[in-house]
Design a protein around this ligand. Structure first.
Ligand code: PEP
Ligand code: MG
Length: 664
């Protein structure tokens, strides 16, 4: 070949599933033979003549390998075009592989469920004068439900607690903005508009201004506001994330972008993998999904909505950041095998780390048990990572909140068994369904008041429903170390009635040989403080639900945004009640835990420990910093300050005293 002939070079990625195996190599060699050119293909340092099947095989090129094709000869361009076409065409074996940023959390396989953020199909209808108040109530309920979703966002994995707190505050502050909390309510009345449309009317000018702003920072805020609007509209519709599955089919959620709340909800809804058009390596969705151990790929670009159709088969390879669309059965098998091996490794690491959690002792030798509050089984690996000593509160109702109806006994049994097995031998405290008020489900309207038919009251009035949960728990109990806890108890009779249902369940299931799990009572209603002695006759342990207790003591609805500053546990009455509870419970000899938010607060945890509380249950990510803090703390040296806090007459004094704990 004359040296004066042109040399054409081109780079091309191998896209077929199995790379350059024999058949593709033969196809390249056959094509190369048709051209009067010298064609070379290289993979890094390995080079092959395009005419030699053996040399091509030795390139060891796989799916995704970048090859360089070089042709020298008069018709080099035509040769390169032809070779590129057959390699790029995947030799008839090709499936689409999209690239994004993976969260390095393994592999998931499932069918695509598309969730497009579309502002164009917001429902619009006219509200009659007589229905305005009801429509406003519908919007208020949706706002409250979203508020609760944000309040319940808990940190995970590597995310510093301060960061998620900041984030939660940001979301809550946006929600409190008049733009969401007041304007749409006014527009419902003035425009006779339905709630969704009123929201759109209120938000449209702001969204347009943000979107068209020359400031990059303001443009970024556009997606925050539009996502929040979509979330409220979805809540009005009770849709939230698209329903995941027909039973037995795995699903992968495809969305424009994922915020932390969407990640948590998708995980709760049972999605195997998450994909988003937007997002970066450090976006909260990436970090949070990793801590929840769900494979995710973000930053795939908006074209994914053209490239992926509903129900397409997907492989989310979050380690490589590769999203395979409609891969062959062989490719699925190969990835399934890798996913199984990864899962096995994870489980054995979980089992090992679950065996001996570190214990926590203060500097002056007081042992404090640190337990976790969780809502979904997916949080367990993180609990082990944080070294929890057990689950002090498993909010079972959280498993149902995304669904239209409460799952049956069998489905519940499977979940409870899994949680117990993954935590064994550590204890798991299952709180029976705390439905009603802020935790409504399906048709159960969100109108149940804080003082209405909720918690144990609701369960005892729906005995079939309650029994199916108790039966599921009893069946699962042998899988680990189970405790059952009852929410919103107001009387000893309620505990006795529950015990009777448990005994019925044991008899029906023929489980009388099995010990009854320990039964605990939550102290949330102030009246129970005065009933601790009689309640102790009916239960095995107490757990203080300080979130609700504070509400009822102060008569402030925890959902009432206008009073959120006053819903403050640093109130003399709360401190006095907590002291009282601990004293009374100590006299009964029954163990006490506290599982409200204040358990994870550095000031309160030290105050409570000094008052004699030896068990705290908090969001998993508070465990490690709390252990560190308590180990450095001498309760003896706090006694004086805590004594003063118990005498304080206003919140400011209490805040001041607690902030001085660090100096003791
Ligand atoms: C509480 O009230 O403190 C509690 C732990 O229960 P929840 O927050 O789920 O109502
Ligand atoms: Mg409560």
């Amino acid at each position: 070949m004359s040296a004066s002939h042109p040399i054409i070079r081109r780079q091309i990625t191998v896209v077929n599933d199995w790379g350059l195996h024999a058949r593709p190599c033969a196809a390249i060699a056959t094509e190369a033979g048709k051209h009067d050119c010298d064609i070379q293909i290289t993979n890094g340092k390995k080079a092959a003549s395009a005419n030699s099947v053996a040399q091509l095989l030795m390139l060891e090129a796989h799916n995704g390998t970048l090859l360089t094709v070089t042709a020298r000869g008069q018709r080099a361009r035509q040769a390169i075009d032809a070779i590129s076409e057959i390699i790029g065409g995947g030799f008839g074996e090709r499936h689409l592989v999209l690239k994004g940023i993976g969260n390095k959390c393994g592999i998931a396989l499932g069918r695509a469920r598309l969730q497009a953020a579309d502002h164009s199909d917001i429902p619009h209808f006219t509200i009659g004068k007589g229905s305005i108040a009801a429509e406003q109530r519908r919007l208020r309920n949706a706002l409250q439900a979203v508020r609760r979703q944000f309040e319940q966002l808990s940190a995970g994995g590597d995310m510093p607690d301060a960061e998620i707190d900041e984030f939660r505050h940001l979301l809550l502050a946006m929600l409190d903005d008049a733009l969401f909390s007041k304007e749409p309510l006014k527009l419902i009345a003035s425009e006779n508009a339905n709630a969704e449309w009123a929201l759109k009317l209120a938000l449209d000018p702001v969204l347009a201004a943000l979107k068209n702003s020359p400031e990059e920072l303001l443009q970024a805020r556009y997606s925050d506001y539009s996502r929040l609007m979509q979330r409220i509209i979805a809540q009005l519709d009770r849709a939230k994330v698209p329903r995941r599955r027909r039973r037995g089919i795995n699903h992968v959620l495809i969305s424009i972008e994922l915020g932390p709340a969407e990640v948590v909800e998708a995980v709760r809804a049972g999605y195997e993998g998450l994909v988003a058009a937007d997002g970066t390596r450090t976006s909260h969705a990436t970090i949070l999904s990793r801590s929840l151990l769900v494979p995710a790929i973000v930053g795939c670009g908006e074209q994914i909505f053209e490239q992926i159709n509903e129900n397409d088969m997907l492989i989310v390879d979050s380690d490589g950041g590769l999203l395979h669309v409609n891969p062959s059965d062989e490719v699925c098998q190969r990835h399934r095998q890798i996913a199984r091996e990864q899962e096995e490794k994870r489980k054995s690491a979980t089992r090992q780390s679950g065996k001996v959690p570190p214990s926590t002792e203060t500097r002056d030798g007081h042992r404090i048990q640190l337990l976790a509050n969780i809502e979904v089984p997916e949080e367990i690996p993180n609990c082990h990572k944080q070294g929890v000593e057990g689950i002090g509160l498993f909010r079972t109702e959280s498993l149902f909140l995304e669904k239209d109806e409460i799952p049956g006994e069998e489905d519940q049994y499977q979940i409870y068994r899994r949680v117990l097995a993954e935590m064994a031998p550590l204890p798991v405290t299952f709180r029976t369904m705390d439905l009603g008020y802020d935790k409504s489900i399906g048709k159960m309207s969100a109108t149940v008041s804080a003082m209405g038919l909720r918690g144990i009251r609701y369960c005892l009035r729906n005995p079939e429903l309650f029994k199916s949960q108790l039966r599921a728990l009893l069946r699962a109990a042998p899988a680990g170390n189970m405790r059952i806890m009852l929410p919103m108890v107001g009387t000893a009779e309620e505990v006795q009635a529950t015990r009777a249902l448990i005994e019925d369940g044991r008899a029906e299931l023929d489980l009388q040989d099995q010990p009854t799990p320990q039964i605990g009572v939550m102290i949330e209603i102030p009246a129970t403080i005065h009933l601790i002695n009689s309640l102790a006759q009916t239960c095995d342990f107490f757990s203080v639900g300080s979130n609700d207790l504070v509400s009822y003591l102060l008569a402030i609805d925890r959902r009432e945004s206008q009073l959120s500053n006053q819903h403050d546990p640093r109130h003399p009455a709360v401190i006095s009640a907590l002291k009282d509870i601990l004293q009374r419970a100590r006299q009964t000899g029954k163990p006490v835990t506290l599982c409200g938010e204040i358990a994870g607060d550095t000031g309160f945890a030290r105050l409570l420990a000094t008052l004699g509380l030896a068990s705290l249950s908090m969001v998993p990510d508070r465990i490690m910093p709390m252990r560190k803090l308590l180990k450095q703390t001498s309760l003896k040296s706090l006694e004086h300050a805590v004594g003063k806090a118990c005498q304080a007459t206003d919140s400011e004094q209490i805040v001041e005293i607690m902030s001085g704990f660090d100096r003791q």
